[in-house]
Ligand binder design. Structure first.
Ligand SMILES: [Zn+2]
Length: 448
């Protein structure tokens, strides 16, 4: 007998389209896809009539424990993710020391705490770390490594183009299962722009913050990164594209082995938004025009994936009242990620649901080596599924969200289109925002 079956829903299968069929689940995997009346008995049946069934979203870009406790964030932020329809997360881990030992400790901490599945990317800042790549691969099964062309003030330093190229060559040598990720902004342009904003508008607005990391800084770095990818032959993944100019440059110069991510934040909030300095981020949130151009890049498939760049924090950590320059960059967004994309993409801009599943689930799974275990609805895939009511309207209220953060990037907005149930590993994990699984039900994913 099946463990679970989902009947009468519309399956959103990336690369295939919308299919009216039932799903039979056993031992945490999808065992069959068939006409609804062909799915045999199950211990539990979900009637998804009038709803859409998506593969669980794969958010390839989050951070945990940057400004608060890592162990606690493993619990709260992966629960928020799960409630928002994200069943797998890719966590960027960074620091200046060797990752040997440190990652072991993180894996141990995560074991009893995470509720989504999780894979890791390591940020590479030093020659010592670069030399240890073979050990990171063997010990932890990690196949993606990030370089910062521009640092994050007070958090991470940037690296030189020379070091970045060295890293790219190393990634290329390892083969096509390996991917370099890059934060594209020109360091010198950002430094000068930051100094100007810091001296002239230290208590400025979200729009003033845009000037501290201008679109040109992103555009220039995209051009250089794509050039270096071509020279090295490495697969390259551009994280968090935030500007229309950057996306247009990528469209012009990127070759086949370069992939582009944007975040649901840049697709749903612009620098005129009433959320104000709470939305301070690096790279900064850009203009309404940039937001439209990013959606055009989604429609044209210049953008391959949707991430969040989730950096959770509460208002106390954010410190928005200390003024623009002193406020911390970041916000919790995992739980409203999917809904923001459904509202802004599907409803407002007629982006097809299968394209949303493609960029929100399949492409990140493929690029980071976990497809077809994740990223689709297929026989043999993990039964990580999200049932969505595309017509459900809810006003975002931070009190209803599972993050430890007490504000939301989207607070006060009414979004249309929400996940109503998340199935993780063949088990109903979230039902109407009630989380039914215990911390520790998620797993770490080795990729190589
Ligand atoms: Zn990030």
């Amino acid at each position: 007998m099946l463990d679970l079956r989902i009947l009468n829903g519309t399956l959103v299968i990336p690369g295939t389209g919308l299919v009216n069929a039932g799903v039979g689940i056993k031992d945490g995997k999808v065992l069959m896809l068939a006409a609804n009346d062909q799915i045999p008995e199950a211990k539990e049946t979900i009637d998804a009539k009038g709803k859409h069934v998506f593969p669980g979203l794969v958010d390839p870009h989050i951070h945990l424990g940057i400004f608060s406790n890592f162990a606690d964030e493993c619990v709260t932020e992966t629960r928020a993710a799960l409630a928002g329809g994200v069943t797998t997360v890719g966590v960027f881990v960074g620091g200046g020391d060797s990752y040997l030992g440190m990652v072991d400790e993180m894996l141990e901490t995560m074991k009893t705490r995470i509720s989504t599945d999780l894979f890791m990317h390591l940020s590479i800042f030093t020659p010592e770390q670069l030399a240890e790549l073979p050990q990171y691969i063997e010990k932890y099964g990690i196949s993606s490594y990030k370089f910062y062309m521009c640092g994050v003030k007070g958090v991470f330093p940037g690296v030189s183009d020379g070091f970045f190229l060295q890293g790219l060559k190393e990634i290329a040598r390892l083969g096509d299962k390996f991917t370099a990720c890059v934060h594209c902004e020109d360091q010198s342009m950002v430094d000068l722009a930051f100094e100007k904003v810091a001296s002239e508008k230290p208590d400025g607005t979200l729009a003033d913050w845009t000037e501290a990391g201008s679109a040109e800084a992103e555009e220039a770095a995209v051009l250089r990164a794509c050039y270096l990818a071509e020279k090295s032959g490495a697969r390259l993944y551009l994280v968090h594209m935030s500007s229309g100019a950057g996306a247009k440059m990528a469209a012009k110069v990127k070759k086949k082995n370069v992939f582009v991510e944007t975040t649901s934040a840049y697709l749903s909030v612009n620098n005129q938004d009433s959320v104000g300095v709470l939305a301070k981020m690096l790279p900064p949130i850009k203009s309404p025009k940039d937001l439209e151009e990013l959606w055009e890049a989604v429609a044209d498939n210049v953008i391959d994936t949707f991430g969040t760049d989730n950096v959770s924090m509460n208002k106390e950590i954010k410190g928005a009242e200390k003024g623009l320059i002193n406020a911390m960059p970041g916000y919790p967004i995992l739980q409203t990620h999917f809904s923001a994309i459904l509202h802004e993409g599907y409803h407002k801009r007629k982006i097809p649901l299968e394209k949303i599943a493609e960029k929100g689930s399949m492409n990140p799974a493929k690029i980071f080596g976990i497809y077809p275990q994740k990223g689709t609805i297929a026989v043999g895939s993990d039964a990580d599924l999200v049932i969505v009511d595309v017509d459900k309207e809810v006003k975002v209220d931070p009190a209803q969200l599972h993050s430890f953060g007490d504000f939301s990037l989207h607070q006060g907005k009414v979004f249309k289109g929400w996940p109503v149930m998340t199935i993780k590993n063949g088990v109903i994990a979230v039902d109407e925002n009630n989380i039914l699984v215990e911390p520790g039900s998620g797993k770490y994913l080795r990729r190589v």
